[in-house]
Design a protein around this ligand. Structure first.
Ligand SMILES: Nc1nc2c(ncn2[C@@H]2O[C@H](COP(=O)(O)OP(=O)(O)OP(=O)(O)O)[C@@H](O)[C@H]2O)c(=O)[nH]1
Ligand SMILES: [Mg+2]
Ligand SMILES: [Zn+2]
Length: 335
């Protein structure tokens, strides 16, 4: 009996919270439109979105100051890196009234598998991987497919190089052996030792970059290392699973001292690629390109067909069997 009463009470509370939330959303939309129609806002300005928190966004104005802005109701998805038009409010903060076209948009699937943009206007992607938690080959390849399809060749960043002993060292060596020959640059870093970050810094200069990768590989730790004045929250790995705990929850942009900027993004659990077409999948495996057009069947999917140039290349070592296994796995998941 007591239990049932509690449940009913809980339901009542849930309804109440939902009701309040809707009320607040209406009120909030009303406030934004009111301030617009009552001329309570200053002149339009350009700004850069440097972080996004639910219905509010941090905008950096051209003079470098920060303004917590709300969104006009007709503005849908805003992401970190967006260039926007905003109007300052009299007291503080402001309202975003328009967005400008993105030069690039990095998307990733949400928990329901729908593609959502995470960052805009980036021109360089660092795929951060580590031996602990060990980034699976399949995840690396899925990221590479996504990046190649927005025409950005990512740099693979092996972080936690201080942990690369024994099994970890063998893993890192294999990563190098697979990805370097086909055209990917690799950089090794550590945030724990005085390891040289010079190569990383040099490659970031003048770019708007993003750190992507699994939770717990050290993306935020790298940001803290690159920007000594920054103290963004870093989280431990789970003691039971050894995996990251999803410490970073929103993409955030930081300006680098030597020019350029870096967007730290929340780590992911899985990277489904349900949305890619077979053609896009092919684009993502850059080392397959020279073999295309040489299969027996013109519509060869390079999965099970006989006399397939790709499968023959795998057999004679021209294509890595690990990469082919990923291709197979992703190909079958989207078939
Ligand atoms: N040994 C070692 N540990 C590191 C290194 N970089 C980060 N760590 C540790 O790894 C853990 C996770 O670091 P974070 O920077 O929070 O990882 P993240 O990739 O930002 O994780 P999410 O925000 O969850 O996506 C922390 O305990 C860090 O101290 C490194 O180079 N070497
Ligand atoms: Mg983080
Ligand atoms: Zn084929």
């Amino acid at each position: 009996m007591a239990k049932r009463r509690l449940t009913r009470r809980q339901q009542w509370r849930i309804d109440k919270v939902q009701e309040e939330r809707e009320k607040r959303a209406h009120k909030y939309e009303g406030q934004v439109e009111d301030s617009l129609s009552h001329g309570e806002l200053g002149a339009e300005q350009h700004g850069l979105v440097i972080a996004h928190y639910g219905s509010q966004v941090d905008v950096e104005s051209e003079d470098g100051t920060l303004h917590r802005c709300r969104l006009r109701a007709n503005i849908s998805q805003i992401v970190t890196g967006d260039h926007v038009i905003w109007r300052p409010a009299i007291d503080k903060g402001g309202v975003i009234v328009a967005t400008t076209q993105r030069s690039s948009e990095l998307c990733r699937p949400d928990s329901r598998g729908n593609l959502k943009p995470v960052a805009a206007n980036i021109d360089l992607i660092f795929l951060v991987i580590a031996s602990e938690p060990r980034t699976p080959y399949g995840l690396i390849d899925r990221y590479l497919v996504a990046a190649e399809n927005i025409d950005i060749r990512p740099i693979i960043l092996i972080n936690k190089s201080d942990l690369l002993t024994g099994d970890g060292a063998a893993w890192a060596e294999e990563i190098r052996a697979i990805y370097e020959p086909i055209g990917y640059s690799l950089i090794a870093t550590s945030t724990q030792t005085e390891e040289d970050l010079a190569a990383l810094k040099a490659s970031m200069q003048g770019h708007t970059s993003i750190f992507v990768g699994q939770s717990g590989v050290g993306k935020t730790s790298l940001v803290n290392q690159l920007l000594p004045d920054t103290d963004a929250r870093v989280g431990p790995l789970s003691q039971t699973s050894g995996k990251g705990m999803h410490t970073t929850t929103t993409a955030q942009l930081f300006h680098l001292p030597d020019g350029g900027s870096i967007i730290d993004s929340p780590g992911i659990r899985e990277f489904g690629l349900g949305h890619v077409s077979p053609q896009e999948l092919m684009t993502g495996f850059i080392e397959f390109q020279p073999y295309l057009g040489h299969c027996k069947f013109r519509d060869c999917k390079h999965l099970h067909e006989p006399k397939c140039a790709i499968q023959e290349a795998v057999e004679n070592g021209g294509i890595s069997s690990r990469r082919f296994a990923s291709f197979h796995q992703i190909g079958e998941s989207i078939e």
